[in-house]
Design a protein around this ligand. Structure first.
Ligand code: GLN
Length: 489
């Protein structure tokens, strides 16, 4: 029963490790795709860098936008468990299709993956949240571990798929993603046994027939979306339209749900969560240059020597962040714990502020790579990697803390929606990331590498500045937001 699960002894519930593995393989698949996206579009589909940036942003935006839809349908109809299974199957089909013929099926497969991730991604995090009782102090640490799982998957997927694609064949890259997603699905099938009531269908009280017909409607609705997304991804003008509409709709839905809550305390907590969610948009808009402009920057403007090795800069671009998360997430956990012992641990809002300040340091370093360039416009992979270290510390102050915070501040019946909203913010972040990246890429495709370097790094300087500003605003606002959180920390 739920009681038994939540009353676990020791530091972590055992279900956490299963969900860790499930999410790890899903992220392998997802980051595998993300890692090859921009490169594949430029090298194989022969898109200009500007268009590749825009399309990258659009695809990523759709992925995260559908987590909002996936979260709501999980709350209302499917439950987390079924939602996950359905999502996994779509992701397998999507990647499998691209593996058969990358040029032919690319956008169609991507559309499948987008919907699949929507049903999958937010709901794993929500289930992790449900392993803990309200007020259980072990929750943040659990999300820290979970976040490492995300990044082990991201590291393996991001590095392996781009290497397979560039060195062997793109078919293999996508086949690898499809295979690991199968592994994830199999592991999840075993995991379900240990989850008890967590993630069961919220409409289990209805008759079997009524349940089934609602479920089938969700599946059919999802399938109908696939061609729509296909069209929208193909024409980024539709993406713009979609992004103009989904955000306001989501906000409206949020406010309706919030006003239905009777307790003032719950409403205030939801508002606090919303403020943090809104700030995270800017964070991810900057952070997510990683898959877009930074991937293209790495593709052309970096030398290949990292410390004593030679390595493809795109492998570093896709892998360094995750590797640093895996290495530093436990250390940061210890640091917070050490501070907590001395009653010095910053609250969630201040941590968000710190997240922005570290992000800023990272982007100032990306900017600084221009001082290390040779006359051809190739610059230091070492410095570039150092920037990722700072960016990663920033991410660790904000992203896992954000997941945990969402599960703490949301009442249970709105958990999926709120997690979806958290990732919808990432969708806007991704979307803006694409626009920012496109704005930085030099308009002249034939510009020299050196001019491209100057254009991209000037952009990074600008982003660093935004980030500093956001960090200070967050810290100044922290006492007010903290009050709305009503003791949740
Ligand atoms: N890197 C994290 C993940 O993949 C966070 C992504 C996000 O929220 N944009 O889960």
């Amino acid at each position: 029963s739920l009681e038994q699960i939540q009353n676990f002894g020791g530091k972590y519930p055992k279900q956490l490790w299963y969900l860790f593995l499930v999410e790890m393989w899903e992220r392998f698949c997802f980051y595998g795709m993300r890692g090859v996206l921009a490169i594949f579009m430029v090298n194989e589909l022969l898109l200009s860098e500007k268009n590749a940036n825009l399309k990258y942003g659009a695809i990523q935006a759709f992925v995260y936008a559908f987590t909002f839809v996936g979260g709501i349908f999980a709350d209302k109809i499917l439950g987390f468990k079924r939602s996950l299974t359905f999502g996994a199957i779509l992701m397998i089909l999507g990647n499998g299709l691209i593996a058969i013929d990358p040029h032919q099926f690319f956008y169609f497969g991507i559309a499948l993956t987008i919907i699949g991730t929507g049903f999958f991604k937010p709901n794993v995090s929500s289930m992790v949240g449900e392993l803990y009782k309200e007020g259980d102090a072990r929750r943040d640490a659990g999300f820290g571990v979970f976040y490492s799982g995300i990044n082990i998957g991201a590291l393996l997927g991001g590095a392996l798929c781009v290497w397979l694609g560039k060195e062997h064949s793109w078919n293999l890259a996508f086949l690898a993603a499809a295979i690991v997603m199968c592994i994830g699905l199999v592991i999840f099938t075993f995991t379900k046994k240990y989850l008890g009531p967590i993630g069961n269908s919220p409409i289990a009280n209805l008759s079997k027939g009524a349940q089934l017909s609602r479920e089938i409607m969700v599946y059919i609705g999802a399938l109908i979306c696939i061609p729509l997304i296909f069209v929208m991804v193909n024409n980024t003008r539709y993406t713009d339209l979609f992004m103009y509409i989904i955000g306001p709709l989501a906000l409206l839905y949020f406010f309706v749900q919030m006003l239905k809550e009777k307790e003032g305390k719950v409403r205030q907590q939801l508002i606090a969560a919303l403020v943090l969610i809104l700030f995270s948009i800017l964070f991810f808009a900057i952070f997510e240059q990683a898959g877009g402009s930074l991937a293209l920057f790495a593709n052309k403007n970096l030398n290949t020597s990292l410390l004593f090795f030679h390595i493809d800069p795109n492998v570093v671009n896709n892998g360094a962040n995750s590797l640093f998360v895996i290495l530093f997430s436990p250390l940061l956990g210890l640091a917070w714990l050490g501070m907590a012992k001395r009653k010095l641990e910053p609250n969630t809002v201040i941590k968000f502020g710190l997240g922005f300040l570290f992000l800023a340091i990272g982007y100032y370093i990306f900017f600084g790579t221009r001082w290390f360039a040779d006359s051809h416009g190739k610059t230091s992979l070492n410095i570039f990697t150092l920037a990722y270290l700072a960016v990663t510390i920033g991410e660790l102050c904000l992203s896992p803390i954000g997941l945990s915070m969402i599960t703490k501040l949301s009442p249970k019946h709105l958990g999926g929606m709120m997690m979806g909203l958290w990732f919808l913010a990432s969708a806007y972040g991704q979307y803006v990331a694409g626009l920012l990246g496109a704005g930085m890429s030099s308009p002249d495709e034939n510009a020299s590498l050196f001019d491209k370097l100057l254009a991209y790094t000037a952009g990074y300087q600008q982003l660093a500045l935004y980030s500093v500003a956001a960090g200070f605003i967050m810290i100044i606002l922290s006492p007010f937001i903290k009050r709305l959180m009503n003791g949740v920390n």
